[in-house]
Write a protein that binds this ligand. Structure first.
Ligand code: NAD
Ligand code: 0WE
Length: 256
């Protein structure tokens, strides 16, 4: 029997085939899960429909901008209708206004700070609150973080502060939801060439830096992130909650 057979899940954050969310979703489906997908706006609908069409299962595909409470409500109403019970939720969503990821952190505007935290951190709380009532047999919730939460990565700026919040939210949610056997964790991924990383000045140099300095002397692959997402969803991780798991070739342990 496969690791996730009979389990249901919902995935937030697929934009295209390179999305980390897509890698984790594929791993979940290969392990036997039934999934629902959300997409941010009309711009991404066809992308997600085409990708999901290749999975060989009928999946609900629901629009959901995570900054809109009414769309979150409608998403979980639809999910309750289709699946009834939920076991897994993936949060793979982040955004900060582009100009906040350039120049000095010092110049972060109140509005850029608000948006980054609303989309990238508060949304985990809102989604967990909506998902928990459907997780009647316990569950596994996971988000994606990055090392810039913990140490200064030049230009990651307000996103680093928002990821620090996401990681703290993960711990508080793990405490609140633990009695319901719902686990909440983060995967802190090394840099991956996705849509969200594209066009970041110096991103190619960052990939080279990880290759040169991480203990494994290479970058992480999407398949490896999928495998970690599968582990966190599975019984192998049954006693792991509130944690940040680094999937970064070991980069995070280095002091120099
Ligand atoms: P991606 O662009 O494929 O995914 C980001 C997703 O966020 C997109 O699907 C986008 O639609 C969604 N999103 C943004 N604003 C939204 C909103 N208001 N409502 C709903 N969805 C919204 O890029 P990715 O690299 O796969 O990013 C996924 C996650 O992984 C993010 O949390 C990112 O911070 C994190 N991460 C990425 C890297 C990397 O190097 N690529 C490293 C570590 C962590
Ligand atoms: O979390 C991220 C990136 C998330 C992201 C990306 C964008 C680009 C387009 C959030 N908001 C936006 N806004 C946009 O307008 N990563 C972990 C990838 C990333 O981004 C960086 C990095 C790394 C790594 C930005 C600066 C420095 C390093």
């Amino acid at each position: 029997m496969s690791l996730l057979s009979g389990k249901t899940g919902i995935v937030f954050g697929v934009a295209n085939r390179r999305s980390i969310a897509w890698a984790i979703a594929r791993a979940w489906v290969d392990a036997g899960a039934r999934l629902a997908f959300t997409y941010q706006g009309d711009r991404l609908r066809e992308n997600v429909e085409e990708l999901v069409g290749s999975l060989g299962q009928e999946c609900p595909i629901i629009p959901c901008d995570v900054t809109k409470d009414e769309e979150i409500q409608a998403t979980f109403d639809a999910l309750k209708e289709r699946f009834g019970v939920l076991d897994l939720m993936l949060h793979s969503v982040a955004f900060a206004p582009r100009d906040a990821l350039e120049g000095r952190f010092l110049n972060t505007s109140r509005e850029a700070f608000r948006i980054a935290h609303d989309v990238s951190a508060y949304s985990l709380v809102a989604l967990a609150r909506a998902a928990a009532p459907l997780m009647v047999n316990g569950g596994s919730i996971m988000g994606l973080s990055y090392y810039g939460a913990e140490k200064v990565v030049p230009h990651y700026n307000v996103m680093g502060v928002a990821k620090a919040s996401l990681e703290a939210c993960t711990r508080y949610l793990a405490y609140d939801l633990g009695p319901q056997r719902i686990r909440v964790n983060c995967i802190s991924a090394g840099p991956v060439n996705t849509l969200a990383a594209r066009g970041i000045a110096g991103f190619t140099d960052m990939l080279k830096h990880y290759e040169a300095h991480s203990p494994l002397r290479r970058n992480v692959t999407l398949d490896e992130l999928g495998a970690t997402g599968l582990f966190l969803a599975s019984e192998g991780a049954a006693a792991i909650t509130g944690q940040v798991l680094y999937v970064d070739g070991g980069y995070q342990i280095m002091g120099m």
